[in-house]
Unconditional design. Structure first.
Length: 183
């Protein structure tokens, strides 16, 4: 497998898989008081898209605070897939530990499906520009973010991968981008 994870990252993801809401926090007691290492591990999992930030009501599960909101960290489908790949294959009708499984798989929670879009970031600025009626061209996006053209186009691709419906409208050679009305 190409995604090598540290033991701490594996423990955090495995624990999150077992929780109903998929939260990585609070960390399991087996990790002890290693706040700095846990923070680095969670940051790496977010960067690798094995976890994502979302709003949490429970302050014990807060990763950080944004104003009066508590932002937590939950496992993503990619994180669940990497954990499933790390565990031995189970035979049908048994769990990964080999015991009979009678429980139905739990559906993904709403929190796991809708990560919070942070305000004040360059990505949120790009989304705001794309929401305008006439959208934005590459030059508009570059001026607002300070990015180079290839970085700007890569950011648009990343937003598409996150599920944003970005339309490209060509006007006599100059392309403009905007979010579809439903997005």
């Amino acid at each position: 497998m190409t995604s090598k994870l540290t033991d701490m990252q594996l423990i955090l993801l495995a624990t999150a898989c077992q929780r109903e809401d998929g939260s990585l926090l609070p960390p399991p007691a087996t990790l002890g008081e290693q706040a700095a290492r846990i923070r680095r591990a969670v940051t790496a999992l977010i960067k690798r898209t094995f976890a994502s930030e979302c709003e949490m009501a429970d302050t014990a599960k807060a990763w950080r605070e944004q104003g009066d909101r508590h932002i937590g960290v939950i496992i993503t489908d990619a994180g669940r897939a990497v954990i499933a790949a790390e565990q031995p294959e189970a035979t049908p009708g048994t769990s990964k530990t080999g015991t009979e499984s009678t429980a139905e798989p739990e559906p993904a929670t709403a929190a796991a499906e809708s990560p919070v879009q942070r305000t004040g970031t360059k990505q949120s600025l790009v989304l705001d520009l794309l929401r305008r009626e006439d959208g934005a061209n590459i030059d508009d996006l570059m001026a607002a973010t300070g990015w180079l053209p290839h970085t700007t186009r890569a950011a648009l691709t990343g937003l598409r991968k996150k599920g944003h419906a970005i339309m490209r409208v060509g006007e006599s050679g100059a392309s403009r981008y905007r979010l579809e009305a439903n997005a």
